[in-house]
Design a protein. Sequence first.
Length: 153
Amino acid sequence: MDADRLIAWDAELRRAHTRLRAALEATREAVQDGSDAPDAARELALFCIGFCSALDGHHLSEDRALFPALRDQHPELGDVIAKLMQDHSMLAHLLGGLRTAVESGESSETLERHLDGIGAIMESHFRFEEREILEPLRALHLDRPVPDVLGPF
């Protein structure tokens, strides 16, 4: 691999998590600031759907590109990767519930409960991921564009 193309995957993962945390916070603010006006409802839907798409895209990219490469280079991480992928499945389910709540026009209190649940699982997942795989990521050789590996956000 060309040294100029070497990607610090640990730093990229931290940046991805920072952007997703910010997207969750922006979505929370949109829920809290929302009113019954049609424009506010559309804006809220855009925030929620955008956040859901970003988090889903991040996890799908990890499942398809990052985790297989990490497992190939660090087979001892098999159980950790299986747990992370299980978290991805749980978060996908929770995101589906948020999408349904937004599309059904649920109250801001209901949306906040969905976001609280997603936020708690997401934060736990991110911390576990950072604790368990950042060090192996520092040495990961993967010649792929960052959006293919960590999502297109």
